[in-house]
Design a protein around this ligand. Structure first.
Ligand SMILES: [Zn+2]
Length: 230
């Protein structure tokens, strides 16, 4: 495992080697990554056409599978986990490998989170903004979610999300007001706005740091509350 004071960005190749991974291959895969065991030794394959930061996270995730399988105690204790739970565990281990807690803590302790902070973490740790947001939310114990909006013919739609509380996953939409607001926003970096989002029957109030670029906009949301006035 990565020790205290681990160097960031973490050298995943070296870590994989130290765990006995025989090779890391970039191949054509349907899934993002896969670990196969040949004569008891792991080989990792990564889907070659994914963005670099994504591939790096997938490599860390596959290394997590190796760690879980190699440690007999962990392997025994995770035996009963269903597929999704094991995948979640490996995502969590991957984030911990790439952004070790003692390294993250100084960022997580900041009074407020914004897009500059997220870019700083992503650049240092060589991860995506989404991965940085999820880890920041976890280590900081605060709301920190990233939504990616895209302008569709009718309105702005949510096309990507990270760090979203479980109850809202797949359910968040821009309201008509938010769509208008995003239309009116100049393409420039980083502006704070209060937004409304819809989740099934509820309206949510969000404080968001926005970066619009043409037909797409990313939003770092640092507070999300249900509108009780409705
Ligand atoms: Zn997996």
């Amino acid at each position: 495992m990565v020790s205290r004071g681990a160097e960031v960005p973490v050298d995943l190749q070296k870590l994989a080697e130290s765990l006995g991974v025989t090779e890391i291959l970039l191949t054509e895969l349907v899934e993002d990554g896969r670990t196969t065991w040949i004569d008891g030794r792991p080989k990792i394959e990564l889907r070659a056409d994914r963005p670099a930061a994504r591939m790096r996270f997938t490599l860390a995730h596959e290394i997590a599978h190796v760690l879980v399988a190699q440690d007999q105690t962990v392997a025994r204790r995770t035996q009963g986990l269903d597929h999704d739970a094991l995948e979640m565990l490996c995502d969590w281990i991957a984030a911990s490998l790439l952004m070790p807690r003692d390294w993250m803590q100084r960022f997580a302790n900041r009074n407020s989170y914004n897009l500059s902070l997220l870019r700083l973490i992503a650049n240092h740790a060589d991860v995506s903004l989404s991965a940085a947001a999820v880890r920041l939310a976890e280590v900081g114990g605060r709301t920190c979610m990233l939504l990616r909006f895209q302008r569709a013919p009718e309105r702005w739609v949510v096309v990507g999300h990270a760090g979203v509380p479980r109850e809202y996953i797949g359910a968040l939409e821009a309201t008509a007001e938010t769509s208008l607001l995003l239309d009116g926003l100049a393409s420039r970096r980083d502006v704070w706005q209060d937004l409304t989002l819809r989740s099934r029957g509820s309206i949510l109030l969000a404080n968001a740091h926005l970066d619009k670029s043409g037909q797409t906009c990313i939003a770092l949301i640092t507070s999300l509350i249900e509108d009780a006035t409705l």
